[in-house]
Write a protein that binds this ligand. Structure first.
Ligand code: NAP
Length: 278
């Protein structure tokens, strides 16, 4: 049976340390979250982020806009937050309502306050092999989890499934920077199982149940980023846990794997940006 990559345990360990660190700051780090529209999942994510920030001692505010908010209003708010010295981290919760250009809104964030690491400045740094102000939260959380279990990446064949800007692309780049040999797969990839069978490490960020034990090489490491509700309403990941955990050496569960690490990274990033701003 595979060892479980336990994101909750690591989250608690990291956040305990972070809480101690923040308690020593006279002025507290401050996170502003912009939430536009009524997407139910976004409401939950944003509330969880605020609760976690409070637990750590980070000051946080959620700035809510209605579904029909204009792009100009959002851009003005970001401008205001960019100039607000009491705010050191800005997060725009995605997805945005369809009348809003995500790119324009993200590009407006001051890269020094870009807590998700999504602005072209920070992305450009990451993809040119330089150090961005912060690394995007989910990829950073995945690497923290792999490091905690001392999983060696150098020279390993890492297969990343999914090529989004929030997970697939940045995590592939970060694995490359750690000297893994990286293959990226997506919906046009042919013979996915032939590729996964050669993987030492699989990072799956798709949102569909696509990985089964028979597609894995014995002893590989499986990180399941996907999270969705199946037809019965049960929370599922991309990976069939039962069959895969018999073949893999390490596997992350859903829930309890990458999810807790994403929010942990957000807290770490908020504090990192705060320290850089001093
Ligand atoms: P996304 O934008 O939803 O895109 C999904 C990716 O999967 C696309 O690149 C798509 O390929 C690829 N794909 C779709 N069907 C495929 C197939 N049959 N075989 C191989 N690849 C396929 O990606 P995302 O935003 O990164 O989200 C992916 C999943 O991760 C979702 O379930 C999301 O909820 C979850 N997630 C979890 C966390 C966390 O903290 N746990 C954080 C972020 C996301 P194309 O590019 O060709 O369309």
């Amino acid at each position: 049976m595979a060892v479980i990559l336990d994101g909750k345990k690591l989250r608690d360990k990291i956040l305990e340390e972070l809480q101690k660190k923040v308690s020593k700051f006279e002025v507290k780090p401050s996170l502003a979250v912009i939430l536009a529209g009524e997407n139910p999942a976004s409401q939950i994510y944003v509330n969880n982020k605020q609760k976690m920030a409070e637990r750590i001692g980070i000051t946080s505010q959620i700035i809510r806009f209605p579904q029909n908010v204009s792009e100009a209003e959002l851009l003005d708010k970001i401008e205001e937050l960019n100039n607000d010295k009491s705010v050191n981290a800005i997060l725009v919760q995605l997805p945005l309502p369809e009348q809003i250009s995500k790119d324009k809104v993200i590009n407006k964030i001051n890269p020094a306050k870009d807590v998700d690491g999504f602005t072209p400045y920070n992305f450009g740094k990451l993809f040119s092999g330089e150090t961005p102000n912060v690394y995007p939260c989910t990829p950073k959380g995945i690497l923290l989890l792999l490091d905690e279990y001392k999983i060696d990446l150098s020279g390993k064949h890492a297969v990343v499934i999914g090529r989004s800007n929030i997970v697939g692309r940045p995590v592939a780049q970060m694995l490359l920077d750690r000297n893994a040999t990286v293959t990226m797969c997506h919906s046009y990839t042919k013979n996915l199982s032939q590729i996964t069978k050669t993987a030492d490490i699989i990072i799956s960020a798709v949102g569909k149940n696509i990985i089964k034990g028979e597609m894995l090489k014995s002893g590989c490491v499986v990180v399941d980023v996907g999270i969705f509700k199946d037809e019965t309403g049960k929370t599922r990941g991309d990976v069939d846990f039962e069959s895969s955990s018999k073949i893999a050496s390490y596997i992350s569960p859903v829930p309890g794997g990458v999810g807790p690490m994403t929010i942990t990274s957000l807290m770490l990033n908020t504090v990192e940006l705060f320290e850089k701003s001093l």
